[in-house]
Design a protein. Sequence first.
Length: 80
Amino acid sequence: MSKHVPERMCVACRRRRPKGELLRLLLTTAGVEIDPTGKKPGRGAYVCKDSPECWEEKKLRRFAKGQAKALSEALRAFFA
Ligand SMILES: [Zn+2]
């Protein structure tokens, strides 16, 4: 019997990975925030936990647009 592992896609590198290897981001009307618990209600997006290149502003731009820089800084601070 195999256990189903939910997968999500990283917004930066677009790889599909098990949810546990990704950090959840929460999309709010105020912007993008980090949701380490993965449990806040609302629309979520995901980024790799173990891949610093996925926290680069240019990789986040497609997803976060004008907030890419702020999100990049928040991710670096979070993982520091
Ligand atoms: Zn990634």
